[in-house]
Design a protein around this ligand. Structure first.
Ligand SMILES: Nc1ncnc2c1ncn2[C@@H]1O[C@H](COP(=O)(O)O[C@H]2[C@@H](O)[C@H](n3cnc4c(N)ncnc43)O[C@@H]2COP(=O)(O)O)[C@@H](O)[C@H]1O
Ligand code: MN
Length: 667
């Protein structure tokens, strides 16, 4: 390679040093110095000549190299084993490499529409966006990575994954999926119908199910009036999970053949590298889980991991009180047999868990036994109730800390857990772990985790609150049982909290429980006192509202400032308040806890916030839900929620109906 510009710089240094030596020689012998100067000048001319000719060589060399690199780059892009296409926002081809033309078997000149070659490709979903999609075209499968390069162009890197996809499809065609399907509200939906109406409803369910299974290339067998078994392959299940997301649930729910109550389905499906016997067990467990979460949903178990789909209908209130009566009797027997009894709710107790706990304490006292309620820490609700309990001799030492409870509890202690069934959410996890005799009374939809080895689980997602359930149990416990003013008011306050003052989650049984409590002495003035808040709380709510943003029509999201006291309750109250704004359909408020960011989510019921919160590891109910997320900032969680809401609104068609309504208004 030719030498660079430093050569001329070096030469000039040598010449300068020689000139300096000539000056010294001049002092001793001027003739020799003149001769030396002539020689030096000749050397300078020679050096300059060499330098300029080398410069020319370098320039030629660089031109040759860069030309080779350009040619190599163009060749590399044109002959990539990946196809590349650059399109504009309308999907017009701006540039493509040779491989793309080869794959579509057409010159695919710039200016043509990409959709002309691949009509299946939803260009509007990729133009201007970053992401990755799969495409099936002309008996080939392609994976497309799309990157928006500036405001107008998108580069598509396309690989042919036909061989890989064929292997996967061959594998999934042979993997079996077993599903149990049940009409989960058979009695309620068919009660009061004439024989011909019943036949019409059931005929429609059969027809829709048979049609659905045929579309999926599966097999369906009805094995009782309201239950079916289906066998599919894994490809069909994947299509259900990624595509229409079990829209059969919606189709069944919209049957109108004389029925006043919508018919709903629950599905338990299982697949994975397991034996058929194991698949059967998992499918049955999935169906039980779907039913215990309130029905109208599918629980899919893939190699032991469960995912839920659907769950749009409200959990339907069961008419029968038989269960409440049987549970009340069972609880009575368990209390009679127990040596010591402890009750706990969820951590960060509210009036529902405390009201329900007080109701259970009443049952124990009624049988002449001692009871303690473990509370996780002081809080708004605990403080208010503790103050009022002082007026009642029998309740002065009712509340104890988890540390005190740990000394009291042994394997024989009967532990009641109310208003939660998740072991990680209870007020005193260590106390629960030490107990071997546990009873759960809860109104939440069944979560994936549930306290194990229980004596009795009374889980009724159709009930408004744990306080409603305990009130009913008190009614069947003993007709001689009489509540005092505080017990009745605390239970009433529990119902008020969870129903947002009888606005959500209410059924006939909620109002019956409320009127039972009112008759038993529940005092609205006392309840009002329980909910009264200080000036600081009102200011905190205003501070949260100040941060509210509306990323989409009807969607509000706010962040609670870090220094707010009792942040969880204040955030929950503010999320409730945001729903009172005209046009708001869903609200989210984020708040700080000791070790995580909490979210309170609310809706009027048409948007299922439970489904959205479950995607963040939380839960709750259709219109009241929440989550706690560790190791992420509030801003990041906010962005994630906005993304989840966007997908939810798109999937349920709410975005489209909003924009249709807008254009209707504009006209
Ligand atoms: N991490 C979680 N995992 C699963 N499920 C969760 C999680 N976090 C919350 N949830 C469930 O989501 C709903 C809503 O919870 P929330 O915190 O937003 O609201 C509850 C209380 O904070 C709120 N509340 C309590 N006191 C008051 C009051 N004085 N005024 C207004 N609101 C109040 O009411 C909600 C009652 O919830 P419940 O006791 O669980 O029924 C909830 O179901 C969580 O379990
Ligand atoms: Mn509750």
């Amino acid at each position: 390679m030719p030498q660079g510009p430093s050569f001329w710089f070096d030469t000039r240094i040598y010449l300068a040093v020689t000139a300096a030596l000539l000056l010294v020689i001049c002092f001793y012998n001027p003739y020799a110095a003149v001769l030396g100067a002539v020689l030096l000048y000749a050397l300078y001319l020679y050096g300059w000549e060499r330098y300029t000719s080398r410069q020319k060589e370098i320039n030629n060399y660089l031109e040759t190299v860069s030309h080779s690199i350009d040619t190599a780059a163009v060749q590399a892009v044109n002959n990539l084993p990946l196809a590349m296409v650059i399109i504009d926002h309308q999907g017009v081809i701006y540039w493509r490499n040779n491989l793309f033309a080869e794959w579509v078997n057409n010159p695919a000149e710039p200016g043509q529409l990409l959709g002309k070659f691949w009509p299946n490709l939803a260009v509007d979903k990729i133009a201007g966006k970053d992401g990755r999609i799969k495409l099936e075209a002309d008996s080939h499968y392609y994976e497309i990575i799309h990157c928006a390069v500036d405001n107008s162009l998108t580069v598509l890197y396309i690989s042919d994954v036909t061989a890989m996809e064929s292997d996967r499809l061959a594998g999934c065609r042979t993997q079996t999926v077993l599903a149990y399907i049940q009409i989960d509200n058979y009695d309620d939906a068919l009660t009061g119908l004439s024989e011909s109406q019943r036949t019409a409803v059931l005929g429609e369910v059969n027809r829709l199910l048979a049609e659905w299974i045929t579309e999926l290339d599966g097999h369906l067998k009805k094995y009782s009036e309201d239950t079916y078994i289906a066998v599919l392959n894994r490809c069909a299940l994947d299509r259900l999970m990624t595509g229409d997301k079990f829209d059969i649930l919606d189709r069944i729910r919209s049957i109108q053949a004389g029925n006043k109550i919508p018919v709903t389905l629950s599905i338990g499906a299982a697949t994975g590298e397991s034996s058929v016997a194991e698949l059967g067990q998992r499918a049955q467990a999935g169906l039980d889980l779907a039913l215990s979460r309130g029905g109208d949903q599918a629980a899919v178990n893939i190699s032991g991991k469960v995912q839920f789909f659907g769950g749009k209908a409200k959990a339907v209130e069961k008419n029968t009180r038989v269960k409440a009566r049987i549970v009340a009797q069972a609880i009575r027997e368990l209390i009679e047999q127990a040596d010591s009894i402890v009750v706990m709710g969820h951590t960060g107790e509210d009036f529902d868990s405390l009201g329900a706990a007080l109701g259970v304490a009443k049952m124990v006292h009624h049988l002449g036994k001692q009871v303690r309620v473990v509370v996780s820490q002081p809080g708004l609700a605990v403080d208010k109730l503790s103050e009022l309990l002082l007026d009642y001799e029998e309740y002065r030492e009712l509340f104890i800390s988890p540390m005190q409870a740990a000394l009291l509890v042994n394997a024989k202690t009967l532990v009641f857990v109310v208003d939660t069934h998740r072991p990680e959410l209870v007020a005193a996890p260590d106390v629960l772990a030490a107990a071997e005799r546990t009873v759960i009374i809860d109104h939440h939809r069944r979560a994936e985790t549930i306290i194990a080895n229980t004596l009795l689980v009374y889980l009724e997602p159709s009930a408004s609150s744990a306080s409603e359930l305990v009130t009913e149990l008190l009614g069947y416990f003993d007709e001689k049982l009489e509540l005092n003013r505080l017990e009745a008011s605390a239970l009433y306050a529990g119902i008020v909290v969870d129903t947002k003052n009888f606005a959500v989650q209410t059924g006939v049984r909620t109002f019956e429980a409320a009127s039972y409590l009112r008759r038993a002495g529940a005092d609205p003035t006392l309840v009002r006192h329980l909910f009264r808040v200080d000036f600081e709380t009102i200011k905190s709510r205003a501070a949260i509202i100040e941060t509210t943003e509306m990323p989409y029509e009807g969607v509000t999201i706010a962040i609670c400032p870090a220094d707010v006291k009792n942040a969880q309750v204040v955030a929950a109250q503010t999320a409730d308040m945001l729903l009172n704004i005209e046009g708001v359909r869903v609200s989210f408020v984020l708040f700080n806890t000791d070790d995580a960011i909490g979210v309170s989510a609310r809706s009027h019921g048409d948007i299922n916030v439970q489904v959205i919160m479950e995607k963040l590891g939380g839960g709750g109910h259709q219109s009241v839900a929440g989550a706690k997320i560790r190791n992420a900032s509030a801003e990041l969680i906010k962005a994630k929620i906005i993304e989840l809401v966007d997908s939810y609104l798109k999937e349920s068609g709410i975005h489209e109906s909003n924009s249709a309504a807008r254009s209707e208004k504009a006209r």
